[in-house]
Design a protein around this ligand. Structure first.
Ligand SMILES: N=c1c2ncn([C@@H]3O[C@H](COP(=O)(O)OP(=O)(O)OP(=O)(O)O)[C@@H](O)[C@H]3O)c2ncn1[C@@H]1O[C@H](COP(=O)(O)O)[C@@H](O)[C@H]1O
Length: 113
């Protein structure tokens, strides 16, 4: 199982945006700006949808990686931190009470924490 996560990829993207050379795709996207980066994000989203509909798990995995990378680049160019998106998701989860409901369904020793 991989221990890689989106926060680490975000940190790599920030570093490449600051100091990536001409060979860095991240630096190229930052130099080109939001329109180009958002267009790539849209393309990767479509490719992900196509892989999902085709039930092609290998392509879905690969396109999902492209999608998440380009999504993080778009967030970074916009000045939105991954943490802000996570906070939004967390707030929605808290509002729905889904975690509380799930922990109520668990045996007591698992429900705590
Ligand atoms: N995860 C990615 C990642 N996913 C996709 N891509 C690049 O995204 C670009 C566009 O992908 P496409 O599938 O569209 O390929 P394409 O050849 O451009 O296809 P067309 O659009 O031309 O049809 C390619 O150059 C891919 O290499 C990525 N580039 C970088 N990363 C991560 O960012 C880090 C820094 O990369 P650099 O900035 O390039 O040093 C890497 O170590 C990775 O962790």
């Amino acid at each position: 199982m991989s221990t890689f996560d989106l926060a680490r990829l975000e940190a790599i993207i920030m570093e490449r945006a600051r100091s990536g050379g001409a060979e860095s795709w991240t630096a190229q996207l930052f130099a080109a700006g939001m329109e180009k980066a958002a267009k790539k994000l849209g393309e990767e989203a479509v490719e992900t949808v196509i892989a999902a509909v085709a039930e092609d798990k290998k392509a879905l995995t690969s396109e999902s990686a492209d999608l998440l990378y380009h999504w993080l680049v778009v967030l970074a160019i916009a000045g939105v931190r991954l943490n802000e998106v996570m906070a939004e998701l967390e707030a929605r989860t808290a509002r729905s009470g889904i975690e509380e409901k799930a922990s109520r369904g668990k045996p007591p020793h698992q429900a705590a924490g």
